[in-house]
Design a protein around this ligand. Structure first.
Ligand code: ZN
Length: 501
């Protein structure tokens, strides 16, 4: 076994490195590359993707796995070696089931679709993207058909992001969550809105960036293994476990933009920084799922970063960074301004309470499209009617309606959106479990001590990397299956106190 295992690891490391090279090229494209570099960069990215894919579907890799798999029968499910072989098999099977010509047609289609969407959105022109979206839907359904035997046509698409999770279960969680959220939004929005003037003053960009880095160093962002740059849309990417890149963007008239995007991306970065370094170069050295990743970003952004205890400790630092703007603003007023709840049209600007309603609308529409119950030409109308029903407002145009998110114009329809809400649900369950092991966590945050929380997350969530499926990870970390109760209680407690009626 050791000789074959070494051969397997050498092959997997080449695939890992090619993917890392692609990530570095993409990071550079989003941060420092001059605009005229884009067509050559597209070619270079396509080449690295092709080289990685060729290695992944190499029949020799399959033979190696055939030889190794019987030897794992005696190993525990969670041993590093059996987990490595299990994940390599999963990736190999998925890659070999999808014909190469389907993939190349799809990526070609997506680059056209994205370009058309980029022009059509500012012009509010859904008709222009409609044929592209129709083809995306056809090709998303065709992708699912490469994995016959599914329970729901969305399941193979969900598997890409949340391995093993089924549309039927997501649907059940979401309908229960919607029943809790709709009346909560109703109750809160009948009350007076908080004063937003504390965060809507002039805050010079340099000061915001400096403060943001100060704050994230305090929660464990390690400058020896991670760095921050600026980009149009904030993101985090891994080059290796010792080289994590994140980006932020700054608005000088809105303090919340950079502050919370920095905390959000830091949550993603801390996850990657916490993975067992022994997994470097293998398929274990990544997140369990998109939802688990999002649970870490939302935990630091919201459960810590928008909490009162965190600001009891941190607000004096913020006031010291911006004395003219915040000297006379009491903590309570600042805290209320960063937790405003309002009915809004744009998902990415939404607050903690309404955010999931945006996500669930998209998830339901995706299922309707995939099941053939909704045609693309009726999508704008379906979008408006669901917004009216769930959020009580309707977009005046498609620009802020069905055209607002890039996802359907640069990727498959189905499989992606649910992870944002799954991440929120998980974040509360993880926090509850961490607090039951370390009941002092709220007091710790109030003193700027993040050690217990970081230690719990590193041990239960970060270190295993991709060893467990998202639902296995939650159950092992918290002793419970994934459930809504901690998240709904968290929202009720926090927003019940902020908006007592
Ligand atoms: Zn995120």
């Amino acid at each position: 076994m050791p000789a074959d295992l070494d051969k397997l690891k050498a092959r997997l490391q080449e695939i890992y490195d090619l993917e890392a090279i692609a990530s570095l090229l993409s990071w550079d494209q989003s941060t420092y590359m001059p605009p005229e570099g884009s067509s050559a960069r597209g070619r270079q990215l396509a080449l690295t993707a092709t080289l990685a894919h060729e290695r992944l579907v190499d029949p020799e890799l399959g033979h190696l796995l055939d030889d190794l798999e019987p030897l794992t029968a005696d190993l525990p499910y969670d041993s590093d070696d059996s987990s490595l072989i299990r994940l390599a098999r999963r990736d190999f099977d998925r890659a070999t089931r999808v014909p190469a010509d389907h993939l190349s047609e799809f990526y070609q289609h997506l680059s056209e679709s994205y370009e058309v969407w980029r022009q059509a959105r500012p012009e509010d022109d859904f008709q222009r993207v409609r044929p592209y979206l129709e083809k995306t839907l056809d090709m998303s359904r065709a992708y699912a058909e490469f994995f016959p035997g599914y329970e729901h046509i969305a399941d193979p698409l969900i598997d890409v992001h949340e391995y093993g999770m089924k549309a039927s279960r997501v649907r059940t969680w979401f309908s229960e969550l919607r029943q809790a959220l709709v009346p909560m939004v109703e109750r809160i929005t009948q009350q007076p809105e908080p004063d937003m003037s504390p965060v809507h003053q002039h805050f010079p960009a340099a000061g915001q960036l400096e403060l943001g880095l100060d704050l994230v160093h305090q929660i464990g962002f390690d400058p020896q293994r991670a760095r921050q740059d600026k980009s149009a849309h904030p993101f985090m990417t891994r080059i290796s476990l010792g080289d994590i890149r994140m980006t932020t963007r700054v608005k000088e008239d809105d303090l919340t933009e950079s502050l919370f995007s920095t905390l959000h991306e830091t949550g993603h970065a801390l996850y990657e920084l916490g993975i067992d370094p022994a997994y470097e170069g293998t398929p274990l050295a990544t997140a369990s799922s998109s939802g688990v990743h999002e649970s870490q970003s939302r935990l630091w952004e919201n459960l810590v970063g928008r909490s009162l205890p965190y600001w009891e400790h941190t607000y004096p630092q913020l006031q010291a960074a911006f004395p003219d703007q915040l000297r006379d603003v009491p903590l309570e007023a600042f805290y209320r301004s960063i937790n405003r709840v309002q009915r809004s049209l744009i998902r990415t600007d939404a607050d903690e309470v309404t955010y999931n309603l945006h996500v669930m609308i998209r998830f339901d529409l995706e299922l309707d499209l995939l099941e053939g119950r909704l045609e693309v030409r009726h999508l704008p109308e379906a979008w408006r009617s669901r917004y009216k029903q769930d959020l009580g407002i309707e977009p005046p145009d498609d620009r802020d309606g069905v055209l607002q998110d890039v996802h359907w114009y640069s990727g498959r329809i189905g499989g992606g959106f649910q992870s944002y809400t799954i991440g929120n649900i998980m974040s509360a369950q993880f926090m509850q479990a961490a607090k039951s092991e370390f009941p002092s966590i709220d007091d710790d945050l109030g003193r700027g001590d993040f050690s217990h929380l970081s230690q719990w997350l590193a041990e239960h969530v970060h270190r295993p990397g991709r060893k467990f499926t998202p639902e296995e990870l939650v159950e092992r970390a918290t002793g419970r299956p994934l459930e809504l109760e901690p998240y709904i209680s968290y929202l009720r407690d926090k927003f019940g106190a902020l908006y007592p009626s």
